[in-house]
Design a protein around this ligand. Sequence first.
Ligand code: ADP
Length: 643
Amino acid sequence: MATEKKEFKTEVQQLLDLVIHSLYSNKDIFLRELISNGSDAIDRLRFKALSNKELVRDDPEFRIKLHVDNEAKTLRIEDNGIGMTRDELEANIGTIARSGTRQFMEELKKGKVKNNPELIGQFGVGFYSAFMVADKVTLKTRHAGSDESWTWESSGGGTYEISEGDRDKRGTEITLHLNESSRDYIVEFRLRQIIKKYSDFVEYPVVMDIIRDETPVDDEGKPKEGAEKQTTINEETLNSMKAIWMRPKSEVKKEEYNEFYKHISHDYTDPLKTIHYSAEGKIEFKALLYLPSKAPFDMFQQEGTRHGIHLYVKRIFIMDNCEALLPRYLRFAKGVVESNDLPLNVSREILQEDAIIKKIEKSVTTKILSELKSMMKKSGEDYITFYREFGKVLKEGVEVDQSNKEKIKDLLLFESSKTEPGKYVSLKEYTDRMAIDQEEIYYLTGNSRSTVENSPHLEVFKKKDIEVLFMIEPVDEFILASFGEYEKKKLKSIAQGDINLGTEEEKKLADEKKKEASGKYKKLIKKVQDSLKDDVKEVRLSDRLTDSASCLVTDDGDMNPQMERIFAAMNQPVPETKRILELNPKHPVIETMNKLFTDDKQNSKINDYAALLYDQALLTEGISIKDPARFTRLISDLMVQAK
Ligand code: ADP
């Protein structure tokens, strides 16, 4: 096949331009990215070879080799991993823009990445970091078991070329034609330094031919007299390949833990918490787990858990992102689990059902939850950092993990009517400080702190100084449905059903007043209800309003608008639910309406006012109204009338 010249996808091209021109603060990381790709490729092959030994027979010693060429100023990184077929090569390098590309570029443009090129790995576009140091990149690859090989080449301009290759063994080699300012990447010392720093724990040897001109020595190690210098070539391994999780905790330095975390997670920041332990007893395993300090950009996308928990069996890498080892609501955790009790030939499908894996999952879950609990107790600030990033994910556990539900509830934090914006209260703190006669835990759902904070539903609670939790994340709606009780207290939405506050006496008094007002406004309410019959289920007088004229309340058992929106976003059918419009009998507008109505039962203004009260109630909840033009016209009319 002749050479095919192809154009990069626009996004990839833009990315390359940015990589070439903007990333310069820590170029060293290109090597980590390429070695990491090589090591991943070997992992994949080694796993495949468990069931097909033929694949590795010709070259059984896995390794990554660096070759430098002082004349040509090139650095070549070669692995004997799985290699790529032509289709894979096209798909992975150049043509198809991976989902991370766009996001990475956005971060770049925002200037976030400029001083942090390390981010590149997290976005799954690590290969392109080669262009930070090279004018031209030549990649040759041969898929294990295939007799075809392919060469890919690009100078980072708009195009790349693919042609039939001449690589005679499996694996991939990437030759970097180093640019002017990156020539020191052929210096042995520099390479040793970078490998030590970023790739020391890569499990396979990263080797390099070390060339020395030396005078031969005698048996005692002294230079032989009169002998000429000779050139010796020794292949040396530059990394220690230590399986960090197998070492005793006391011997591992924090920096080592942190670097290893970056290696497996493709994150660039240090982890927030490292959890290293071994389980002994019926099943034995070692676990090195990390809680990141920042959520990855794609936490809520399908790919968000690409780098989860790596599973090893008897020192062999089985898979990364082993979902069966962690419940989904802990998917932010990264790390390694190694067990000797599992068979080597496990697959993802088998794992889901495996009893040993289930036990490990249980243990890992308990461990993470208890670590979070002690973090919450001992270092509140760290816990809050964690919670801001991952609280949304953790909350899902309330719904899905019955056995740990109570533990998770203890880990939840919410903003409330008594916290400043961005500050939290736990359920324990809430129940500890609520009045003895308060029987329920009050909450209000909404889209944002400012909407709930200014909600009319809150008025009477503010007046009576009762704390209300703000549930302002979409996931809150889900967990509420299955939440149950906390310390024998039920959760009660202040925007749903009836509200009965105060002592028995106060309640009695309020009831009497309400009865009186109901009698007085009975006909008006009927009229308003008729006028709004297409929009609301009922119109009634309110117990919860002190200042606002109206608010909307969801009937007990009905679906609230936040939930409706979530269902709609998931393309789920949404049952049509009408809400209840509550009017504040103490508000002068009700009296004004009553007067207009008593004077003239047919007065069309009543309909206009009813519509306005309904629209106002929607707007204060941040919900858009059906007919904004009409709303504006009615308001303008009122303004004209005002003197
Ligand atoms: P990431 O490694 O985070 O997925 P990269 O841009 O570094 O992103 O690589 C893209 C893809 O190209 C990899 O997922 C892998 O499928 C393929 N790839 C890159 N380097 C190699 C290699 N040395 N051997 C085999 N496949 C590779």
